[in-house]
Write a protein that binds this ligand. Structure first.
Ligand SMILES: C[S@@+](CC[C@H](N)C(=O)[O-])C[C@H]1O[C@@H](n2cnc3c(N)ncnc32)[C@H](O)[C@@H]1O
Length: 212
């Protein structure tokens, strides 16, 4: 179910989501992000919808300077606490924005949007296009979406639409003269459910390089 909404509703939805539990996500970096960053020289990174900071702290520990953005103040507080605990607070800056309204200007060498998927609808392609504009020349935009429901959740009903990597790339509507696809694929990985269920899940991966 998708609701069209404003920043207040969006922030409220995600605040409630985070407030419901002390920790919502695993705290580990997302697999594709970790793998991608491992092949890049550390620089300036922008994490869009950073959640509790697993990726931001992973990047900072690897030498990146990270701007971590989320609409939820609770998520950002957890990101800062995680960065403190890891000894990288000096390399992680948190900023609270609704990405429908504002995207930090950069320049960034890596812009990452990991599962920036939400039942409260927002103009995500517009936000991702703005984020692509914030890339330094040669920089990489990495968008990873869920490409399937987890195999352990079969029959539970899901509301997400699963775009193919090519369709996701096309939806960004980037200027082909300045942005080139660097990776479009849908790898499968292991996934563990909330009650320890073992299974697999597909990631939809779109990486785009700014070439001009
Ligand atoms: C599914 S979570 C993913 C969190 C994190 N990237 C991860 O992989 O664990 C989506 C995150 O995006 C944030 N978010 C959703 N819509 C947003 C918007 N319009 N502006 C800023 N943050 C947003 C939510 O607060 C939430 O933390």
């Amino acid at each position: 179910m998708h609701h069209q909404s404003d920043t207040t509703d969006l922030a409220q939805f995600w605040e409630q989501h985070y407030a419901a539990r002390d920790q919502v996500w695993s705290g580990r970096a997302n697999a594709v992000l970790a793998e991608t960053a491992a092949g890049l020289p550390p620089g300036r990174a922008l994490d869009l919808g950073c959640g509790e900071g697993g990726d931001a702290v992973h990047l900072a520990a690897a030498g990146w300077h990270v701007t971590a953005v989320d609409v939820s103040a609770t998520a950002l507080a957890r990101t800062r606490a995680r960065a403190e605990a890891a000894g990288v607070a000096g390399s992680v800056t948190t900023e609270r924005h609704d990405l429908s309204e504002y995207v930090p200007e950069g320049p960034f060498d890596l812009v990452s949007a990991q599962f920036l998927q939400t039942p409260i609808e927002f103009p995500r392609p517009l936000a991702l296009r703005r984020a692509a504009e914030a890339l330094a020349l040669g920089g990489l935009l990495l968008v990873v979406d869920h490409g399937s429901a987890p195999s352990w959740s079969e029959g539970q009903g899901h509301h997400l639409d699963f775009l193919s990597p090519a369709a996701l790339f096309a939806s960004l509507d980037l200027d082909a003269d300045r942005f080139e696809p660097a990776r479009l694929d849908a790898p499968e990985r292991e996934s563990t459910g909330p009650n320890g269920e073992r299974g697999t899940i597909v990631d939809t991966v779109v990486a785009v390089r700014r070439v001009h």
